[in-house]
Ligand binder design. Sequence first.
Ligand code: C2E
Ligand code: MG
Ligand code: MG
Length: 600
Amino acid sequence: MGVMACRRTTGLGAAMVSDGARLAALRELEILDTEPEGELDRFTALAAELLEVPISLVSLVDLDRQFFKSAHGLPEPLASVRETPLDRSLCQQVVIRGAPLLIDDTREHPLGIGNPAVQELSVLAYAGVPLTIADGHAIGAFCAIDTTARQWTERDMRILTDLASAVETILELRRSTRSGWTHDPLTGLPNRGFTFAWADQLARSRADRDVLAVAVGIDGLRAINETHGAGHGDRVVALVARRLRHALTAADFLGRVDGDVFVALHPPSAERPADAALAQRLRRAVDAQPLTIRGERTAVRVSVGLAAGAADGDGARLVTRAIEELRVTKARRGPGLGGVASSATGSAERARLAVAVAGATTRGEIGVAFQPIVDLVTGRTHGFEALARWRHDDLGEVAPTDFVPVAEDNGEIVRIGEHVLHSACRQLARWRRCSDHELKVTVNISPVQLGICDIDRRVSSILDEHGLPGHALTLEITEGVFLSPGAAERGSLERIRRLGVQIALDDFGTGYSALGYLNRLPVDAIKVDRCFVEGVDSDERNAAVMRAILAIGSGMDLDVIAEGVETHAQSELLRGAGCRLGQGFLFSHPRPAEEIALAG
Ligand code: C2E
Ligand code: MG
Ligand code: MG
């Protein structure tokens, strides 16, 4: 931080601050002398609010100056100052140390005594943590400044560290893409730059273990575009993306690196899946069932290329190798050949899915299962998520991940969604009559439903019918809704919220993308995707992201619900980190209402 003077840098410090690799990493961000950005200002504002300090800064320490990429609360006449000389900087000290610097009272601290700017500004307390990116270079500091002396607490430090790590994540993403735009708008998946950068990060995170990269190419996309039009081709790409995503575990990364090429990255872990099995799983996810696009069935196949390794830390090269492998496989198979031969019966059966799901609701085939959302501190049930279940006479029980996309395609999802909403509200009203505490229910809403103009009136009349207040209901939507929200969807959401109904962002954090957008979204709660919860007790990065999400959640007054809690260790760690609500097999699988016994 630069508004305070401090001692001149020591010889050792000066050497470290002018470290060439560190400065190169800073320059590579292309962030010096750029305008303030809402995405980062949000974090300094949050730090000020959560730590109850007047000033917070993102200060980048250059060779001879420090540049404030974000400055919250600098008093006049400094409010418009964007940089200060380095020798007046406490943030420089943070960079030199590569560790947090805490000053409870500058009047008693060597860095504060005799420092005229400290006295001039009545700066009495300072807490700064390094911002570290790219191979561990500290490029600056994230700091909080108080005008009264205070004893910084462990909680203060946790908040500051978590927010700093969120800022680091944003800077790191920027480094990987330069433009700051990290996602492919068609599929919502991380784009090429992000994928390569992520591969590098994975490869660096565990040098002793292999990363597995799988390149998946859509066969004959060009022919599909030419025959059916580019709109049809886009839909194919989007549906293939969705199927691949569902075929992977939540810990796996999936990005779109080219028009017809996706790359999946399996993180370095002890349980590496058999390469062939993973390739087969991804192929089958696409091949086994034709895609239904506006009622038309299109058989699509994919080819796969694999590469494992990257113990040398070069993840990008690994991705390139997988893509080369894919090209070789495609060339070997030639047009019209190969693929996992999907059995005729398998395909036919899958094709029936689209036909069978039409009318499933009116035939009474859609049921609802409830999974408790549990207060991790008291162990009490906070509410339930309602999940659609479909049992078909011939097809048997079909998973929502299979039928929801098909039902979205042919519009059946509107009837399914309304049925689930009705059933959930009816059941909640029953539970509320026989329980002391104010249970809530959450229902998943498809973007297709949000596009309907009177969705808010439907929601309102269902609530009335069952005598429920708006705040008893939460609707879950996915991040995808916000990728390119139409006016209709946004309008619907706003009108629904006016009923007192809350909106939760489902599967939050896949790809770490939405942290910076949160403040712009009309949401009341976030459900953190189970891929973070899965590794929260073993993977420091997941734990750090989880803590950052929690800090942001508490700062923005959002409920944070951890999805997919499967073990006591995860539950304990989440609770310790301040996560209040959790959901997962540890507490209960989704069950029919009649199998659920309420305590109290
Ligand atoms: P979701 O909304 O994220 O729901 C949570 C999913 O995670 C559920 O899968 C649930 O069974 C599963 N799950 C819960 N705890 C655990 C755990 O500890 N470990 C693991 N591995 N999984 C856990 P389900 O019921 O198969 O639903 C899948 C998805 O289908 C839902 O994901 C949601 O996106 C969609 N879906 C379900 N019902 C509806 C609905 O009525 N309408 C719409 N539009 N989508 C629905
Ligand atoms: Mg959900
Ligand atoms: Mg979810």
